[in-house]
Write a protein that binds this ligand. Structure first.
Ligand SMILES: Cc1cc2nc3c(=O)[nH]c(=O)nc-3n(C[C@H](O)[C@H](O)[C@H](O)COP(=O)(O)OP(=O)(O)OC[C@H]3O[C@@H](n4cnc5c(N)ncnc54)[C@H](O)[C@@H]3O)c2cc1C
Length: 456
């Protein structure tokens, strides 16, 4: 029996991975790409899998979350990772590729595969074909983005990304911090508060004003609609520029919070919100920023309790089309509002090249012929990423939704804060904890992968 054909829209990293993986299983694929006729603000060619910025796919060290994800992708036979490894150039512990060779190699592979039909066309409406994979990425053409909005609701699709830094909970000194919600009972509540007296508040504002910023991406962030979008969500350094008290009346508003150490309301308060039920990581609420990563380290480590802070993700602000994944995706990773439509890659709610390739590989697996595939366990790198997108699919029956389901969704990069905490204490500190997480991840992945391979 011939497998049902699959239409894939978008020939970026994720779309290429889906197309090649499915073709490898003898599934006929129609891959639709709008370039070179219609370009995005960042792509420069008509090649598949073009890397729009850096040529690094991050670490290959299996002791890191990114290294683990690559190890898993290799075991899953990812075609895009295979090409990256083939086109690797020296780059220390990172997988750095010759970007031209990489995308040319994949373009040849896609165009030379008789099971893939390539259509160079822009898609403006959601096609009626099922299964349909949408892999149109952070710079999805606005016409298709509007069609998607109509299908899922305008508040479920974002066009830009305002990311606050995320810090590892175990790296904080909780001594000077206190728990409490605005106007709530002191010492009780969902937020951990970082109190700032006048001197510390002014020092923070001064640092934000002088800290070095990331220059805007030419052609992407200089477009009028992008600038307008950014006005609605200003980086903290821009707020600091607009007046000395703006932050204290904005994201650092202290009202309704009393520091138990002084019995008073501080001059300003930075609130930390748990990223997951286990509270292994906290988000610096409202602290989206365009400061360079090294500057974020330098400046935020001066905050009370932050001297040893380990940032799992840095703040940023850029053009990005992404779904409110926990609310729009079902547990089979297709749209709840359009069964059989599978968003994948960055638009699904992740950030970064490797994360996007990984989701592409998983989508292909879910659409491959044979009995259904279960989602990867949360202890694996791939599973940790997927759980952040569809927490409900991983929640035990009868357990109430955690903050990852009820709070505002922002796109995820893979980091150890997304992995479930280890049961019990691990002697030897952070390094030993990481090692134990890696061992657990490998075991969980191998078990899952074996069950996938044996199905049918
Ligand atoms: C300016 C910028 C800089 C970045 N820098 C980095 C970085 O340094 N490191 C990193 O890891 N990540 C970076 N990213 C993120 C990275 O680009 C993505 O993670 C990755 O490319 C996502 O892969 P994808 O396949 O989901 O989307 P893409 O690779 O963007 O592929 C989407 C494809 O869909 C096509 N398409 C869009 N709309 C339509 C349509 N309507 N019809 C047909 N085709 C369509 C596009 O032309 C494109 O080929 C950056 C993103 C941007 C925008």
């Amino acid at each position: 029996m011939t497998a049902r054909p699959v239409m894939v829209v978008g020939g970026g990293l994720a779309g290429t991975e889906v197309a090649l993986s499915l073709a490898g299983e003898n599934v006929p694929v129609m891959l639709v790409e709008m370039r070179p006729e219609t370009m995005t603000g960042a792509h420069r060619s008509g090649a598949f899998s073009e890397l729009v910025c850096s040529n690094s796919l991050k670490s290959v060290d299996p002791g890191t979350a990114h290294g683990l994800l690559k190890e898993e992708l290799e075991k899953m036979g990812s075609k895009v990772l295979e090409a990256a490894l083939e086109c690797r150039i020296p780059g220390g512990g990172a997988l750095v590729v010759d970007r031209e060779r990489f995308s040319e190699r994949l373009t040849r592979q896609v165009e030379g595969d008789s099971r893939i039909t390539v259509l160079r066309e822009r898609i403006d409406r959601i096609p009626e074909v099922r299964p349909l994979v949408l892999a149109t990425g952070p710079l999805t053409h606005p016409a298709l983005a509007r069609a998607l909005e109509e299908a899922i609701g305008s508040d479920r699709l974002s066009f830009y990304d305002a990311i606050s830094p995320v810090v590892e909970a175990s790296s904080l000194d909780f001594g000077p911090l206190f728990r409490g919600d605005r106007w709530g009972e002191p010492g009780v509540g969902d937020y951990v508060n970082v109190p700032l007296d006048r001197e510390k508040y002014e020092a923070l504002c001064a640092d934000l004003l002088t800290g070095e910023r990331v220059p805007p991406h030419e052609g992407v962030e200089d477009r009028p609609e992008v600038l307008r979008a950014f006005e609605a969500c200003q980086p903290v350094e821009s707020l600091a520029e607009s007046g000395p008290e703006t932050l204290a009346f904005g994201p650092l508003r202290p009202v309704g919070l009393v520091d138990p150490a002084t019995g008073k309301t501080p001059c300003a308060v930075l609130q930390l919100r748990a990223e997951n039920r286990e509270e292994t990581a906290y988000n610096l609420v409202g602290f989206q920023t365009k400061l360079k990563y090294s500057e974020q380290d330098r400046i935020f480590r001066k905050l009370p309790g932050f001297s040893g802070a380990v940032f799992l993700r840095y703040g940023s602000l850029h053009r990005n089309t992404f779904l409110d994944a926990p609310r729009v995706l079902g547990s089979n990773l297709s749209l709840l509002a359009r069964d059989g439509v599978y968003p994948t890659g960055q638009m699904m709610g992740v950030e970064g090249y490797t994360e996007s390739i990984a989701l592409g590989r998983l989508t292909a697996l879910l659409l491959s012929p044979g009995p259904p595939v279960s989602l990867p366990p949360p202890a694996t790198a791939l599973g940790a990423l997927v759980r952040a997108l569809v927490p409900a699919a991983y929640r035990e029956e009868g357990t109430p939704p955690g903050p990852e389901e009820t709070g505002r969704f922002s796109p995820v990069n893979l980091h150890f804060g997304l992995f479930p905490p280890l049961p019990g204490r691990v002697r030897g500190g952070k390094a030993e904890r990481r090692k134990a997480q890696v061992v657990r991840a490998r075991e969980a992945f191998d078990r899952w992968w074996e069950s996938v391979r044996r199905r049918g």
